[in-house]
Design a protein around this ligand. Structure first.
Ligand SMILES: [Zn+2]
Length: 462
C-alpha cells in the first residue's frame, strides 16, 4: 500500500467500478486494479494513480500525532452522520472504541482528533498541517481502508425509532443539532422553491399601484389568510393534505373527529401522529427523532407576508387577521388581533380540567395524558367541527374600510360566504391576492394573482 493507491467502498462511486476502469478523482486519474480487494474490514475497490505521485505537502509544516498501530488504545468504528441536501450523508461525529475499557462513544471531530492525536488508534491517525497562518487538522484512516469520508464508515445518527446510534458526547450532541437544523432549513427552502415554481400567474404594475393606494388610504384593515400564505414557510396545505390522506385511506381521516376522540382516543392519536409525520415528511432528517420533529416544526417561521401585516399594525393601521391556518405564524410575526378559526397546531388541552399543553409535550407520548389522567386533545378544528371565533372576528372587523383575502381559495364553508358578507354589510373595498384564480374573484374590487411573496415585497408601508 502506498500513496499511489486509493481504497473505495463499493458505494463510493456513482457507477460500478470494475477492473481496468479509469476514473478522474479530484483531477487525478486512477485505474481500478482490484475490484474485490479484501482485508479484515471488508471487501473494497483498490485504485492506482496513473500519474506519478507528486508530494504537494512539502510547503506545509506537518505535525503528526501517534502513528496508527494495532496496539494503540482506540479504534475508529463509524462516522456518525446526518442526511444533508439532497440525500447525501455528512459525517458529524466519530465513534471510537476504547480497547482498555471496552466502551464505545461518539465524539465531535475536535474531540476525536485530540484523542487519536494523543493516544493513537489502531486504524487511524491525526495530523496538524500549517501553511503560514492557515492550520488544518485532519483525521484519516490507514491506507488499506477507505478514507474517513467514505460511505463505508457512515451511519445515521438516529435509527428508525429515533434512538441514537451510540452514546454521544455533549459537544457532539450540539453539533448534531446544528447540522440537523441546517438540513431542515435547506429542505424547507427547496420545498418553497418548488411550490413557487408551480405558480404560473402574474400581476401587473397597475394592480400593485392600486393595492398600495387601497392600503395607504385604509385605516381599518381585515385580512383573511389561507394556506397559500404559509406555503412560503414550507408548510404544506393542511386541508389539501388531509384531503390527500382522505383519498388514499378514507377510514384514516374519519378518526380525526370529536366522536372518535371520545370513543377511541388511541386510534385518534395514532392518526394525529401520522398527520405530524405528513407535515414534516421530506424535511425532518430523522423521522421518529423527537428533537428533529420539534426543530422542523420550529423552523417553519413567519415569512414576508405574515410580517407585512404585523408591520401594517406598527404603522398605525388597525388590523384584524382571520386565518384558516393552524400554524400560528401571524402571531409569531407579531400581529396582535389574530382569530385562528381552525385552531392552533401548537395548542393542546385537557377537556376535563382545561389544563394547557405544548406541542413538545404531546410528542413525548403515543397517547398524551393530562396530570388529571384524562386524554389531551389538540386545539384544532377537524372536519365536522364548527369553526372557532368567527363571530367575534366579524364583530371586530365590522367597520373595516379594507378587506384583504390572501392565499385562500375561499372554497370551504363558512369562509366562502365572506365576500358576500363584505358586499352586503360593509362599505369596505376588497382585494384578493392569490397564486391562482378563485370562483369568487368577481366579487372583489381588485384581484391580484401571482407569487404572494413578490406581491408582498411590492407593498410600500410609507
Ligand atoms: Zn386534566
Amino acid at each position: 500500500m502506498n500513496k499511489n493507491t486509493l481504497v473505495f467502498a463499493k458505494n463510493d462511486w456513482h457507477e460500478p467500478l470494475t477492473n481496468g476502469k479509469h476514473i478522474d478523482y479530484y483531477g487525478e486519474e486512477y485505474v481500478v486494479i482490484d475490484e474485490s480487494y479484501t482485508n479484515n474490514y471488508g471487501t473494497f475497490v483498490l485504485l492506482q494513480s496513473t500519474s506519478p505521485f507528486e508530494d504537494d505537502t512539502s510547503l506545509w509544516t506537518v505535525t503528526k500525532g501517534i502513528e496508527a498501530h494495532p496496539n494503540n488504545r482506540y479504534e475508529f468504528i463509524k462516522a456518525i452522520s446526518v442526511p444533508t441536501f439532497p440525500n447525501q450523508m455528512q459525517a458529524v461525529g466519530y465513534l471510537l472504541k476504547d480497547k482498555q475499557s471496552g466502551e464505545s462513544k461518539a465524539y465531535s471531530y475536535r474531540e476525536a482528533f485530540r484523542i487519536i492525536h494523543q493516544n493513537g488508534a489502531t486504524n487511524a491517525y491525526a495530523t496538524t498541517s500549517r501553511l503560514k497562518n492557515f492550520t488544518t487538522q485532519l483525521i484519516d484512516t490507514i491506507d488499506c481502508l477507505p478514507a474517513m469520508d467514505s460511505t463505508f464508515w457512515k451511519v445515521p445518527a438516529y435509527n428508525d425509532n429515533g434512538e441514537p446510534y451510540s452514546v454521544f458526547t455533549p459537544a457532539l450532541e450540539k453539533e448534531l443539532k446544528q447540522r440537523i437544523n441546517t438540513t431542515i432549513n435547506m429542505r424547507i427552502g427547496q420545498r418553497v422553491r418548488k411550490l413557487k415554481s408551480q405558480i404560473t400567474t402574474s400581476y401587473t404594475n397597475e394592480e400593485i399601484t392600486k393595492l398600495n393606494e387601497l392600503i395607504k388610504t385604509a385605516n381599518k384593515i381585515t385580512v383573511l389568510s389561507g394556506a397559500g400564505i404559509s406555503t412560503l414557510s414550507g408548510i404544506p396545505d393542511y386541508r389539501s393534505m388531509l384531503e390527500g390522506i382522505w383519498r388514499k385511506d378514507p377510514d384514516l381521516i374519519k378518526q380525526l373527529n370529536q366522536a372518535k376522540f371520545e370513543n377511541s382516543p388511541a386510534s385518534f392519536w395514532q392518526t394525529f401522529h401520522q398527520l405530524i409525520q405528513n407535515i414534516t415528511n421530506g424535511i425532518v432528517p430523522f423521522e421518529n427523532h423527537k428533537n428533529s420533529l420539534q426543530m422542523t416544526i420550529e423552523a417553519m417561521k413567519p415569512n414576508i407576508a405574515h410580517e407585512l401585516f404585523a408591520k401594517l399594525e406598527t404603522h398605525g393601521k388597525d388590523v384584524t387577521i382571520i386565518t384558516q391556518n393552524v400554524d400560528h405564524l401571524h402571531s409569531k410575526a407579531g400581529s396582535k388581533h389574530v382569530f385562528e378559526i381552525h385552531g392552533n397546531f401548537y395548542k393542546y388541552f385537557c377537556p376535563t380540567c382545561m389544563s394547557k399543553y405544548t406541542f413538545e409535550y404531546i410528542l413525548k407520548d403515543k397517547l398524551p395524558k393530562c396530570g388529571c389522567g384524562a386524554i389531551i386533545r389538540p386545539d384544532l378544528v377537524f372536519f365536522g367541527d364548527e369553526v372557532q371565533h368567527l363571530s367575534d372576528a366579524m364583530a371586530r372587523a365590522k367597520n373595516s374600510d379594507l378587506f384583504i383575502v390572501i392565499g385562500s381559495s375561499l372554497n370551504v364553508s363558512p369562509i366562502n360566504q365572506l365576500p358576500h358578507f363584505i358586499n352586503q354589510y360593509t362599505n369596505a373595498k376588497s382585494v384578493i391576492i392569490n397564486g391562482h384564480k378563485t370562483q369568487l374573484d368577481n366579487q372583489f374590487d381588485l384581484v391580484i394573482n401571482g407569487d404572494i411573496e413578490d406581491i408582498c415585497k411590492n407593498i410600500s408601508l410609507s
